[in-house]
Design a protein around this ligand. Sequence first.
Ligand SMILES: [Zn+2]
Length: 185
Amino acid sequence: MKINVTDWIESYTQTGKLPELRIPCIIEGCDVTTTCFGSNLEGRIKKTEGGLRALLTGFKCRGCRGGAKAKTVRMTAEGVPLKRAAKATRKSSKKAAKEEHVENLKQALRNATMNVNAVPQRISFNDPEAVRQLTENACQRPDIYLDNDRACDGCGLYEHCACKSKQLLADTGRKKLVAGPKRKK
Ligand SMILES: [Zn+2]
């Protein structure tokens, strides 16, 4: 025996941990140790009939557990490993879906009616309704908002702004401005 099993069990009982993070293979002349702690260890103890003692006195490393089993790899008719073939199929169907999506977007754009007479709309910041419409779905001055650590101090739209994120620094309970670029009022 390469370890004092009784000591190891005592360590586990008292601390919930083994003295080392790896447990040794019991086979004479084999010095392989196997990582085994935490949930891995718990799992192994549960799976082992006879619990921790049986685990420690009977643990064989993977190499000693009786040769690596020959790995069977299933092949497609073309001689490509099945898993790789499936992966390739998934990849190409993903690509096809993406291409279709882009094509649909292009088509939607072609079909969209553009108003060739559209002109920029002038909005008076003193017009409460205009500002409300402009701001109700999005902050119009995220530059100010973000530089202020999410507060509207210094924003000319504040009074009539309808954005849900609207708040003054004082409302946030934060005391000082986060250092950022200086801004002219
Ligand atoms: Zn071994």
